[in-house]
Design a binder for this molecule. Structure first.
Ligand SMILES: C[S@@+](CC[C@H](N)C(=O)[O-])C[C@H]1O[C@@H](n2cnc3c(N)ncnc32)[C@H](O)[C@@H]1O
Length: 343
């Protein structure tokens, strides 16, 4: 039988993620590892199948996966060295001399041992056994998650991890030119699905201008930044950035009826708005977007029944778009990011 699957999720969405996993996979048992991680046991199916379901958008609240070759209670080990020795034997059972692994050691919640304390002896033990260890980028991931409830170790191909960072906790560097933290959402998204290409883009809910800046930096010649609020001066002076100081609804009515420029290739939308309304706005805006054009949409869910909000928004979007990606990114708080193509 397949080993269980370790997954990570935003703490507020844990039970919703388990519901998604149960709906998409043959889950026989779910166990908490810590506030933002759990393991699911599968009656049938595989870790690869779970990863495919995540990439296909069926399990949007799961951020990261790993194989749980062995699971122990959080109180099992007395010292970090004991834990490292156990993890070594679990990991080496799936590795051969000469293998290179990305070693992911991470914690879920205020765990008994800090990951760094376990990582050091484990790293040395793996090296002593002829395993090359890197931080990320290897084809194989060896992971140890130390949670408040359980400890999990396992080895898997990195392609099924969804994200090559311990626990999926991708860290992006802050740049001096950055104008909003929201920029991280687009940067993280592009690391998964690639950056969009095109000539003309629209940014709904653009203020203070982070997404506009990033889209502009991708080479879009014209970016229509739509928001009643102000744009950062560093963004409004960029050549080709046009600030429409109005709501998205007014922009679609005004601009949509008079615009006769080059076709619009991309609409990004990070508006602070309930998901159904965001989706309706995007369907109205589809008239502006060329067929085959891309949309990147943040659905702001809150914590009240996110599954229903996602479903309702997707049902609305289906009138004009085919979604190709949906995930709660590390940089989304109570949101999911959707990528969709205009039919
Ligand atoms: C989270 S901020 C966007 C941050 C932006 N993506 C960035 O990177 O700087 C949300 C924005 O949505 C805008 N917004 C809310 N309702 C809107 C509407 N109906 N039309 C246009 N913008 C709207 C707000 O004014 C706010 O500036």
């Amino acid at each position: 039988m397949e080993p269980p699957v370790l997954f990570s999720v935003a703490p507020d969405y844990y039970r919703f993620a388990v519901a998604e996993l149960r709906a998409a996979l043959d889950v026989t048992k779910a166990q908490r590892v810590g506030p933002d991680a759990g393991v699911v046991h599968l009656g049938s199916g595989t870790l690869h199948g779970a990863a495919d379901a995540c990439w296909g958008g069926q399990i949007p609240l799961v951020r990261h996966l790993a194989r749980a070759d062995a699971v122990r209670g959080a109180g099992t080990f007395d010292t970090p060295a004991d834990l490292a020795e156990w993890a070594e034997s679990v990991l080496l059972a799936s590795l051969e001399v000469g293998d290179t692994v990305s070693l992911h050691t991470w914690d879920s919640g205020d765990a008994k041992f800090a990951p760094g304390k376990v990582r050091r002896p484990l790293l040395e033990a793996l090296l002593d056994n002829g395993i090359r260890v890197v931080t990320s980028g290897a084809d194989t991931v060896a992971s140890v998650c130390i949670g408040t409830d359980r400890i999990v170790a396992g080895v898997n191909p990195s392609e099924v991890s969804l994200c090559d960072w311990p626990g999926g906790r991708i860290r992006l560097a802050t740049m001096p030119e950055q104008v909003s933290r929201a920029e991280f959402k687009l940067e993280e998204l592009f690391s998964y699905v690639g950056a969009p290409v095109g000539d003309v883009a629209v940014d709904f809910g653009a203020s203070p201008g982070g997404w506009t800046r990033i889209v502009h930096a991708q080479g879009f010649r014209q970016v229509h930044a739509v928001d009643p609020a102000a744009l950062d001066d560093r963004v409004s002076v960029l050549p080709g950035v046009i600030h429409h100081r109005q709501t998205a609804g007014d922009f679609i009515n005004d601009f949509g009826t008079t615009y006769d420029g080059a076709p619009i290739d991309l609409i990004v939308n990070d508006m602070r708005m309930v998901p159904q309304l965001t989706a309706h706005t995007m369907v109205d805006a589809a008239a502006l977007l060329r067929p085959g054009g891309q949309a990147v949409i943040t659905l702001k869910l809150g914590t009240n029944n996110p599954e229903k909000q996602i479903d309702d928004a997707l049902n609305v979007l289906a009138a004009a778009y085919d979604p190709s990606f949906m995930r709660q990114l590390q940089h989304n708080r109570h949101e999911v990011t959707v990528v969709a193509t205009r039919r």
